[in-house]
Design a binder for this molecule. Sequence first.
Ligand SMILES: *[C@@H]1O[C@H](CO)[C@@H](O)[C@H](O)[C@H]1NC(C)=O
Ligand SMILES: *[C@@H]1O[C@H](CO)[C@@H](O)[C@H](O)[C@H]1NC(C)=O
Ligand SMILES: *[C@@H]1O[C@H](CO)[C@@H](O)[C@H](O)[C@H]1NC(C)=O
Ligand SMILES: *[C@@H]1O[C@H](CO)[C@@H](O)[C@H](O)[C@H]1NC(C)=O
Ligand SMILES: *[C@@H]1O[C@H](CO)[C@@H](O)[C@H](O)[C@H]1NC(C)=O
Length: 552
Amino acid sequence: MNKLVLVLLATSLLPAEAANNRPHIIFILADDLGWNDVGFHGSGQIPTPNIDALAYSGLILQNYYVTAICTPSRSALMTGKYPIHTGMQHTVLYGAEPRGLPLTEKILPQYLKELGYTNRIVGKWHLGSYKRVYTPTYRGFDSHIGFWTGHQDYFDHTAVENPGWGFDMRRNLDLAYDLHGQYSTDVFTEESVKIIKDHNVSTPLFLYLAHAAVHSGNPYNPLPAPDETVAQFSYIDNYKRQRFAAMLTKLDDSVGAVVKALSDKNMLQSSIIVFSSDNGGPAAGFNLNAASNYPLKGVKNTLWEGGVRGAGLLWSPLIKKPQRVAKQMMHVSDWLPTLLGAAGADISTLQNIDGTNLWDSLSDNTSSPRTEILHNIDDIYGNSALTVGPWKLLQGTTYNGAWDNWYGPSGREYGYNVSQVINSVVGLALKSLHQPLTPDVILKLRSLADVNCSKQNKAPIPCEPLKEACLFNVVEDPCERRNVAKEYPQILKNLQEILEKYDATAIPPGNLPLDPRGDPKYWNYTFTNFGDYDSTLNLNSLQKYTFTSYYH
Ligand SMILES: *[C@@H]1O[C@H](CO)[C@@H](O)[C@H](O)[C@H]1NC(C)=O
Ligand SMILES: *[C@@H]1O[C@H](CO)[C@@H](O)[C@H](O)[C@H]1NC(C)=O
Ligand SMILES: *[C@@H]1O[C@H](CO)[C@@H](O)[C@H](O)[C@H]1NC(C)=O
Ligand SMILES: *[C@@H]1O[C@H](CO)[C@@H](O)[C@H](O)[C@H]1NC(C)=O
Ligand SMILES: *[C@@H]1O[C@H](CO)[C@@H](O)[C@H](O)[C@H]1NC(C)=O
């Protein structure tokens, strides 16, 4: 037998053996983190040395877009589809709303399961929970510690929502009352570290760590953080930003702990790590929060760059050309085919998705197969936006234009401690796997990743999106200061036509009125899968403390 035959035999692996060679996938999703909240985009106000070390060692995703708000973004991540194609395009899901990401959608962990992955979710779900079949462990995840709704208090794990207030922390379907008092970010970090430690590496691991941080908590304590961490930021005058800094530091520490756990377990060299925000940051008091998208325009839940351009990075020893600022255009819906591609799945079998496999283009630094991004079409709000090449069309807006502005802080007045990045937990863990990070490399990448709008010295041209469609060249003008709709009427028209084509494929938004049965007060003040409860029974007759027998 000659050598060629032997090689062929060795590469035609059985599924179980093939699973062995698939990369571990660690997807860390930050909630409500702004473009300018990470150190690698130029702010020195709040150090994020662990996140930064990962970014400089892998790829800074400079042209990466998410959707403007939580539920739609998570739906795109899980399905590889634009929210207009799943009915998830309008605002968020509420705990008492009888809907979820449609069960007809096959989602990322279900695809990964077919490749032999063990799938774990830690943290926030927010894609439906009114019936148990919508919850993570019925949709491809092997386990879940975390919450079902959109936000929570980081200590008592309750959510204040319409119509009521309720506890929302679970182990799979069970309420995790024992976690009361433990800080959410720590709970999710410790659980992730434990998962990695206990993982049997004969199967590849998909860990989806969807933090509560840095989303605001409840109105009675909007920015929950340990006092001793807040105290480290006494140099920040703005009290909200000071508390935000503490929440973000806990998140950065979490990234360090997760990477260290992977390193300790010898899993790092065969891992892909993604860190991403889910939407733009709620700045200047939006959602009672204090994120920063500077110098980009707008906030979370607006279609300006500040609402949709995501802080994101990709790290893996499998990336052929790492340590760069990747300019490839990318959308959150691309993760599904990209990660499946990296895991060796046959991507050609994926039907009807909007995402594109960008693995090769990101890894080799070739041009992105994606050239346009639909940011959203929301007929209820009456807004829409689309980017094609450098051009962005924006029509209509949210909040009657009240958040159509530029917000700080810039954080450029603070120094940047390069040695803190190199010596961070992540910096040290990655040392043996890479070209070492040097101050020169770090400073060069950081300046390349800093969007600088003062270079654009042409006069601003206002945009009034409630009156007329606006057009921007977001490559030249990422801060959306010059509405060039009048200058380029043909381009405007072309983009409007493309948008109409997308619109013709949209399905109606799935939002439903809140169901009185979902009120936590009927369920010992918990958010539950109330839709599994027999609706012919009278809720008010529910005996106190006997509800548990009904909803499992
Ligand atoms: C890991 O899983 C494999 C395959 O199921 C099993 O043979 C092995 O004993 C497991 N190892 C540990 C340490 O549990
Ligand atoms: C990546 O590709 C772009 C476009 O071809 C090129 O300008 C850039 O120098 C490349 N970067 C690296 C680090 O290879
Ligand atoms: C920078 O970080 C290092 C830790 O790596 C620390 O020892 C040093 O004091 C820091 N420098 C400044 C100016 O804060
Ligand atoms: C932005 O560009 C302007 C004009 O080129 C320059 O003066 C300024 O230093 C730049 N700012 C940063 C943070 O690079
Ligand atoms: C009801 O909720 C409280 C905490 O609010 C908890 O201690 C108690 O065990 C719950 N009752 C049942 C039956 O689960």
